[in-house]
Write a protein that binds this ligand. Structure first.
Ligand code: SF4
Ligand code: SF4
Length: 365
């Protein structure tokens, strides 16, 4: 087991960037950028750099044209891995956790969001929908999802921004170009790209192509996964992942099935296999009152994590219901309406219980 103090250096190993001119491919030697490096690597003299732009593709042109569906790109995140991160949210997930904070990431295809609190009841959306999918019920537009073709006309027409389509198709090239703006922040903070969702492995070809392109451009990668995928899928991408943010929902399989919709067998097998292969792993455990905050679950989680040599830290993520409005926007029912977040005292006690297994533990991601 690595000590907590060892974590930072392992995260920063890709902070070195050999910068080439984006067109000529010639290595730059002027205008150095500042690299924040851990003490043991600071003497390695990272290459100087003139150009923040990503390097041009020399190969893998087909791969960078691979398309996938994402629903958000969040810049300047400090909770999704080391340093300053740009987090890409993939659409599609095989689980349906009752506490899911990103319900718009569950379905693989784009979907229409309606924010009733912004709607003015003007009817402009009804007028532009050539599918006849929207009708007014008093002042409220009601959309028939069977008829909707997701053309986006009503989104454009809605002055109040009450309508939005969650999900867009992008190529790896487009996405990496968008991410490329943040490379200077990655370099200065030891950050990089975090791929989240949804479940990124749900789009494994797209994930693989994106990870490869990030590696080619020397961008540090974190993969936020629930581990519910075939080992073949995980095996194909793991060499391009610098750190796994591995969600461990709840240890009891009966509860796991009940509250996420699937067994945890595959996730646990994959976790063990990743650890045996020596991958850097941060376990993420959601603390949901009445589901995963019990003594038994914490004990089993601690015993498991302590037995996995490459688990570097356990993050306890306190349940919150700030995403409840998203369920209404998607016309979904939120089951945990009555559940209250755990108190700070309870989170501290649970963290202490895990530390007794010799694990570095952090509250929050
Ligand atoms: S156009 Fe927008 S504000 Fe007007 S009725 Fe439709 S959703 Fe509401
Ligand atoms: S996205 Fe297009 S088809 Fe769907 S409700 Fe809006 S205008 Fe109609």
């Amino acid at each position: 087991m690595r000590a907590a103090a060892d974590l930072t250096p392992s995260y920063h190993t890709l902070a070195h960037r050999t910068c080439l001119h984006p067109v000529t491919g010639v290595e730059s030697t002027s205008r150095p950028i500042v690299h924040i490096l851990p003490p043991e690597t600071a003497g390695d003299s990272p290459s100087s750099c003139s150009f923040a732009a990503p390097r041009p593709a020399r190969s893998g042109k087909v791969a960078i044209l691979t398309t996938g569906t994402i629903f958000d790109v969040k810049r300047f995140s400090i909770h999704d891995g080391p340093g300053i991160r740009t987090t890409v949210f993939f659409k599609g997930c095989p689980l349906s956790c009752l506490w899911c904070h990103n319900p718009e990431g569950q379905r693989p295809e784009p979907e229409l969001i309606f924010r009733a609190n912004r709607c003015l009841g003007c009817g402009a959306c009804v007028a532009v929908c050539c599918q006849g999918a929207i009708s007014m019920d008093g002042d409220v537009p009601v959309t028939d999802s069977e008829k909707c073709k997701l053309c986006g006309a009503c989104v454009e027409a809605c002055y109040a921004e009450a309508r939005e389509i969650a999900g867009r198709e992008v190529t790896v090239a487009q996405l990496v170009s968008e991410i490329g703006r943040d490379i200077p922040f990655f370099d200065q903070s030891g950050g990089g790209v975090t791929i989240s969702g949804g479940e990124p492995l749900f789009q494994k070809e797209f994930l693989l192509a994106l990870l490869r392109e990030c590696r080619r451009q020397e961008i540090h990668t974190a993969l936020d996964t629930c581990g519910h995928a075939s080992w073949e899928a995980l095996d194909s991408v793991r060499e391009y992942v610098d750190v796994f943010l591995y969600d461990l929902k709840v240890m009891d399989d009966r509860k796991h099935r009940k509250f996420t919709g699937v067994s945890n067998d595959q996730a646990l097998d994959n976790l063990e296999a990743l650890s045996q292969e020596g991958h850097s792993i941060v376990l993420r455990v959601p603390i949901v009152p009445g589901i995963s905050d019990g003594e038994e679950n914490i004990g089993e989680t601690g015993a498991l994590a302590a037995g996995l040599a490459s688990v570097e830290r356990v993050d306890l993520l306190p349940y919150h219901h700030t995403a409840i409005h998203k369920y209404a926007q998607l016309d979904k029912h939120y089951e945990l309406r009555e559940t209250r977040p755990p108190s700070d005292e309870q989170m501290t006690e649970l963290a202490e219980a895990l530390r007794r297994f010799g694990l570095p533990v952090q509250i929050g991601g």
